[in-house]
Ligand binder design. Structure first.
Ligand code: GTP
Ligand code: SPV
Ligand code: MN
Length: 638
């Protein structure tokens, strides 16, 4: 059905091209065509239209026809290129200035600074636990950016659910965006369509406003047809008003607002207020050869192995792993006191480089169809390419790199951007757990923390108890990766893998985790820390990783099952020699994996104390400081 758009801002607007899927084209002047969109959501759309002054408005319905139309439009625009080697797969190359999350332009908005971040200690260095903006500053930032920002473009209205529609753990939002690439991606990553309307009838949905910030006609040419405005990029979260405002970036966590902005930053704040947890965690099910199944959630910082662990093919005979989610977990206690987790997403936005049939066959099988790749390389036979893809190529194949230039193996620059990604529907993963969309969630038996620690941190250790586990999470550190703007392989603190994603004061976040542990009747998961990334003197990984990480999962399951097979060290409980299956790994030695060195941990304790003092100050819960002091004492006595 075709509708003529009325007068808006003094312009006569051309009719939209006919398309069956777009039966809800909307008049920006009258709102006509918003169909059965519930009134609160409709008001949000009308406000967005008045502010951004788009040429047209389209309400997305999540239908297959809509998907086809969007992809065709993106192709015609030159923003997506087809990948004929696969089925309905596409490649986007971004403006090279817009390739990752921008943490220094990501802010939390609260009346009081203290509600967003801990206070700056006198003489302290730059802070690492988020950026604050006052509500009037946000209003000013909005007024400097959004009026007329969608001129000449279409505003898409995306009604979406995070979590299975109707699940008691699910939450809904509406994203307004002028990026059809974002629409195509949100359709994969979230559940889009009118099934969300009953929940949207309540006024408490999350209001997400996004613009790439490039109204038409353009003042300057686009790079790679990818609109963005890096100098004015801002990603703001206003939890008190359940609102997200994102401007200037079309990439990943900056623009797919259901993901990091909603499901982590806004949700962590709601979770604190409502007594649950929103975490940067994968969820997997692991079944032992006897058929006993456990569910595990694991927090690793960005690009540190969540997707790979969540989809792993165990190297241990008889063991099976099923995937519930690869990036975010929402967890809440049920009536029996068990922590139940859902994956709020419905797709994977996964790191491409390093993904291969050897390292992650299930991901490779997931991304053969209906996948949008961003900033990967391309082969002349219409396939994708990246560092570590490790696949046979027909002789004569040539390559195009992520910048669209001719490339050949051995060139100094990588073919794919290190933060290049695939965006694929979760249901295509061959090992999705039968319960992955269970509205009640899956019961979590163990929580794992981890990071890239080239030295000093054992392959796996178990926390002595919940409180010690909260300390272990708060003490997480990892090498920087390409997932955000940080450069170099510097070790960064990343408490709970949430440093870029806290939706409120990180000290209060730690306090919330401590409170969870005191809940009456709670059957708490055990807490572990892992490190797949130990290196030898020559800089090679000493642990084979990937499917072999099942050996560590097996030990974790044995601990959950109550087996007495651990040895105490100052940092935690490690497997007793022989308790971790190292069969068939002749070059791996138990002592390399589990040595705990006194000078290393003395230094780690000193460093941590400085970090806590500078970044958490008096907002650090005293229990966490006591745990640090207890660790210090144990290390002293080694
Ligand atoms: P985000 O999506 O950014 O949150 O990242 P993620 O935690 O899901 O990371 P992912 O699993 O995509 O892994 C990132 C990189 O680490 C990839 O290049 C992987 O190949 C590599 N990696 C994952 N697991 C292992 C492992 O066990 N050992 C080694 N050496 N590398 C790994
Ligand atoms: C991460 O950076 O942790 C990601 C990718 O999962 S993004 O969606 O860009 O945040
Ligand atoms: Mn992530």
């Amino acid at each position: 059905m075709q509708k003529v758009i009325g007068r808006l801002g003094g312009h006569h607007l051309p009719p939209l091209p006919p398309c069956r899927a777009w039966s809800w084209d909307v008049s920006p002047s009258t709102g006509e065509g918003l169909g059965t969109l519930p009134p609160p959501a409709r008001r949000f759309v009308e406000e967005g239209v008045r502010l951004c002054r788009p040429r047209a408005v389209r309400l997305c319905d999540g239908s297959p026809e809509e998907g086809v139309a969007l992809l065709a439009q993106l192709q015609a625009q030159g923003l997506l290129h087809p990948l004929p080697k696969y089925d309905n797969c596409w490649l986007a190359r971004t403006d090279p200035r817009d390739v990752a999350r921008v943490e220094n332009r990501t802010v939390l908005v609260t009346e009081r600074e203290r509600d967003s971040i801990p206070p700056k200690p006198p003489g302290g260095g730059p802070r690492q636990l988020g950026n604050w903006m006052s509500p009037p500053e946000l209003e000013q930032a909005v007024q400097e950016r959004f009026p007329g920002c969608m001129e000449g473009r279409t505003l898409y209205v995306i009604p979406f659910s995070m979590g299975p529609v109707g699940s008691p753990l699910a939450k809904v939002g509406v994203q307004l965006t002028d990026s059809p690439y974002v629409v195509a991606s949100m359709r994969i990553m979230t559940r889009v369509g009118p099934q969300t309307f009953p929940a949207l009838a309540r006024d408490d949905f999350i209001r997400c406003l996004h613009s790439v910030g490039r109204p038409l006609p353009l003042r300057e040419p686009l790079v790679n047809q990818w609109p963005c405005d890096p100098p004015r990029t801002l990603i703001a979260h206003h939890p008190d008003r359940r609102r997200i405002v994102s401007f200037g970036s079309g990439y990943g966590g900056n623009s797919l607002l259901g993901k990091k902005c909603f499901a982590l930053r806004i949700a962590s704040r709601l979770a604190r207020d409502e007594g649950w947890l929103a975490e940067h965690m994968l969820i997997l099910g692991v079944t032992d050869p006897m058929g006993r199944k456990r569910y595990v959630a694991a927090a690793f910082p960005s690009a540190c192995g969540k997707t790979n662990l969540a989809m792993m093919t165990p190297a241990l005979p008889g063991w099976r792993v099923h995937c519930v989610g690869d990036d975010i977990a929402w967890m809440k206690f049920d009536a029996e006191g068990r922590l139940r987790a859902i994956n709020p997403e419905s797709g994977f936005f996964g790191v491409a480089p390093g993904t291969s049939m050897r390292t992650n066959p299930n991901a490779m099988l997931t991304i053969r169809s209906n996948t949008i790749f961003t900033n990967v390389g391309q082969t002349s036979d219409g396939g994708v390419y990246w560092e570590g893809i490790d696949q046979p190529l027909t002789p004569g194949t040539t390559f195009t790199d992520w910048l669209g230039r001719a490339w050949k193996p051995g060139d100094p620059q990588p073919c794919a951007h290190p933060n290049s990604r695939f965006c694929a529907p979760a249901r295509q993963c061959p090992i999705m757990d039968p319960s992955w969309e269970d509205p009640e969630g899956v019961p979590i038996d163990a929580i794992i923390f981890g990071g890239r620690r080239p030295e000093g941190v054992p392959l796996v250790y178990e926390a002595f108890n919940w409180r010690h586990g909260v300390f272990v999470g708060s003490a997480m550190r990892s090498e920087a990766t390409a997932a955000a703007e940080h450069t170099g392989r510097r070790l960064m603190h990343d408490p709970f893998a949430m440093r870029p994603f806290f939706g409120y004061n990180a000290g209060q976040y730690l306090a919330h985790w401590l409170t969870i542990g005191e809940r009456e009747g709670a059957r708490l998961p055990r807490i572990f820390h892992v490190n797949w990334f130990l290196k030898d003197a020559a800089g090679r990984y000493v642990w084979p990783g990937f499917g072999h990480n099942a050996r560590v999962l097996a030990w974790i399951c044995s601990r959950v099952g109550g087996e007495d097979n651990a040895r105490s060290t100052p940092v935690g409980l490690v497997p007793r020699e022989g308790a971790l299956d190292l069969d068939g790994l002749p070059s791996v030695s138990y002592s390399d994996l589990f040595s705990v060195s006194r000078p290393f941990w003395e230094k780690e304790v000193r460093e941590l104390r400085g970090y806590y003092e500078e970044n958490f100050g008096e907002d650090l819960p005293k229990e966490v400081m006591e745990e640090l002091e207890a660790l210090e004492e144990r290390v002293k006595k080694m």
